[in-house]
Design a protein around this ligand. Structure first.
Ligand code: XIL
Length: 407
């Protein structure tokens, strides 16, 4: 991130410099040349980055070998949660329910979509109920995602709690927000009591920009750091039987933010805050080299605190493997290594993909940040199983056989 900012600043400085030169008669020509060169470079880079590339889909030849495979039964026998979000697929589609035993609603359980017309304190559970009930009919575990998410309020404007709070005098905002969040947690947990047993209580508390710091969201601003343990305590008192998770998106597992996140988790644990587990999102958006060894180390640090861990939002963009002979195969192998890592750690209890087929990916809808092809999931845009599918299948099957054999 630092290098990108530095590079951006350098380009801006050069552009400003060349414009200044244009206004100095003696250097006008140099200035024009500089500006033209810079603009051409920017255009070429943008074309290079954003022009969608296509990779050969060699796997289509294997399709007949893979048809009829299903991996849910292996995950069930391993007591391991293998999940996906139901994006662009119905939960009653056997391709979902025969492969996955866990589902995370992508947006349906977030604060905005649960509110009636985004009005704080007024709820309409009809959409979420439909999805949750359909999941339960298929015997799927539902991950509750998520109760307190600063970015939901800040970035996705649904609702923008900062804006909403401006309706109240400054001095009253903290207690109003505290009451609103208490009411939200209690209402939602009450509503899904007995149907959803695991919740991401707080999502993404760490800042993505300010390394090692908490995200400066509306909750931190008005409630201070206490909003994090506070949310866990409210959730626990609303339903003591729930498994409560802290969910985070890390870009590296060894940097300052990763360290600060571990400290936060340890503090919660040391203070007897009712946290049962940690969710690691694993959106591998920009760094293919988010090393699997680092991830393993990190997961083990969490489980050594006696906490469960799940990989909650896995996706590794195809483009990150563009150097490989067969990027689809390389992507599949990468997923297999991550899954293997989780299976090796006794308290690593699940892996969820943040999508189902490449037809619909949240990264495509943010392609300014994630230039295509993203194609991060197990099924391709035509619903064909990809090498990613096959590698997940094979890893679960082998583990199932190994554990059966060792009994
Ligand atoms: C994303 C959804 O996939 C999008 O549809 C929505 O517009 C924004 O949120 N980390 C999270 C998820 O915890 O909730 C986010 O989901 C992706 C990043």
């Amino acid at each position: 991130m630092g290098i990108v900012i530095l590079f951006g600043a350098l380009i801006i400085a050069l552009i400003i410099g060349s414009i200044v030169l244009i206004f100095i008669r003696r250097y006008r020509k140099t200035g024009i040349w500089m500006l033209c060169t810079l603009v051409s470079l920017i255009i070429l880079t943008a074309v290079y980055v954003y022009f969608p590339r296509h990779f050969k889909r060699n796997y289509l030849q294997k399709e007949h070998e893979w048809s009829g495979l299903a991996f849910r039964r292996y995950a069930d026998s391993l007591n391991f949660y293998i999940g996906a979000i139901p994006a662009g697929i119905s939960l009653s589609d056997p391709r979902f329910s025969e492969n996955f035993n866990s589902v995370t609603p992508e947006n349906a359980l977030k604060m905005g979509p649960l509110l009636k017309d985004f009005k704080v304190g007024e709820y309409d559970f009809s959409q979420a109920d439909m999805l949750v009930n359909q999941a339960l009919e298929k015997n799927l575990r539902v991950r509750g995602h998520t109760l307190v998410w600063g970015k939901q309020a800040d970035m996705f404007k649904s609702p923008d709690l900062r804006y909403w709070l401006e309706n109240f005098p400054e001095g009253e905002r903290s207690s109003i927000l505290q009451k609103a969040i208490e009411n939200h947690i209690i209402t939602v947990l009450d509503h899904f009591r007995g149907r959803i047993h695991v919740w991401d209580v707080v999502n993404e508390p760490m800042s993505m920009i300010n390394k090692g710091k908490l995200e400066n969201n509306v909750f931190l601003k008005y409630l201070g750091e206490e909003y994090i343990p506070g949310a866990f305590q409210i959730a626990h008192s609303a339903d003591p039987d729930l498994k409560l998770f802290l969910n985070e998106n890390l870009i590296s597992y060894t940097d300052k933010t990763a360290g600060a996140f571990l400290k936060l988790v340890k503090k919660l644990k040391d203070n007897n805050i009712p946290i049962a587990g940690v969710g690691i999102q694993a959106h591998i958006g920009s760094r293919r080299d988010t090393s699997v060894a680092d991830l393993r180390n990190f997961l083990e640090k969490i489980t050594s605190m006696g906490l469960e861990v799940e990989i909650t939002e896995m996706d590794a963009r195809l483009r990150l493997f563009s150097g490989a002979d067969d990027p689809y195969e390389a992507q599949g192998k990468y997923y297999a290594r991550i899954l293997r890592t989780c299976l090796d750690i006794p308290l690593c209890t699940g892996l969820t993909f943040w999508g189902f087929s490449d037809n619909r990916s949240w990264e495509d809808s943010m392609s300014v940040f994630f230039p295509r092809p993203n194609e991060p999931y197990l099924f391709d845009r035509d619903m064909n199983p990809k090498p990613a599918y096959y590698h997940v299948y094979k890893t679960l099957k082998l583990e199932h056989e190994a554990r059966k054999g060792s009994l």
